[in-house]
Design a protein around this ligand. Sequence first.
Ligand code: HEM
Length: 328
Amino acid sequence: MDFCNNFSTVSAVCIALMSFGFFTRVSHQLSVDFYSMSCPQLEQLVFSVTSQRFKEAPVSAPSTIRLFFHDCFVEGCDASILISGPGSEREAVDNEDLAPEAFESVGTAKAVVESKCPGVVSCADILAIAARDFVFLAGGPKYPVKKGRRDGRASLASEVKNNLPRSNSTVDDLLKLFASKGLNKTDLVALSGAHTIGFAHCRQFVPRLYNYNHTNRPDPLIEPRLLKALQMLCPRTGGNTDVVAPCDVTTPFNFDNVYYKNLEANMSLLASDQALFLDPRTRGLVRMLGKHMVTFFDAFTQAMDKMGSIGIKLGNEGEIRRNCSRHN
Ligand code: HEM
């Protein structure tokens, strides 16, 4: 069945079988072994790049995981975020902090895959595999990635703003946005656990440090020592706009469940993260995932699988880009 999906020139046998209704089910869904015939070494090829990048430029890990999220939420997981040029998603204000290391990692992986399996594997699938590899390399679960996504033909900066959350989003906003993508409350809390690695720029949390809810005072809940440290790092005005702090201030480089423990201890950076513990609808989940690492890994695995299926293009839709940053 995968045989027919994988070859750009569909054989006469496939056409005949398809016309009798064979294969239709599979051609409309993702599968773990989608490239088992056309590029059996795909996962090893991508891992050869991600593992090297993880050593040389560790920021590739959080930035690629975030890149995958920003891809899936806008126009679906179709690598539309990778297109460069004026007016593309990548140019939108909400994507300005996506680190170049993420784009480089996917671009390098694509080049290696193209050298062995030309014209076969989509950039959207390579991004999904790379994101999983980086979760694993940072200490998280090595979950199976379903494949078969096609690359999108559209990428519009104007689509970004309404489809991504913000650091000051309320739990209501987050639940609504995630529900609009087919993701539930558990998915929201589990996926937010990606903030167990990576960094945020001062401007994403500086209002909490000095002018919480327009009170001209810090958020009274932030743990006092953390508040002091963050205020030293991020002045109220005039600071260096490139300065970042770790989203998980306790174990910033490990993909673990300490992020949730931090929320319980009022030690989060982003207001949107802290809100998950403050809101009674999500507090129980935060507590549970903070207690049980295995439960977190399972919930994260399931939620990444769901997120990876948002708005996918299949079959003859879209294209298999030769270069991820340009349409063919
Ligand atoms: C729930 C709503 C979410 C909000 C409001 C949010 C917001 C943010 C913000 C403001 C940053 C800091 C960006 C910067 O200053 O450079 C960030 C970083 C990050 N986000 Fe999220 N995010 C959310 C969900 C997610 C999800 C679902 C994932 C992936 C599954 C994710 C993965 C990451 C990662 C890994 C980083 C660190 C990036 C880096 O170090 O380059 N986030 N997020």
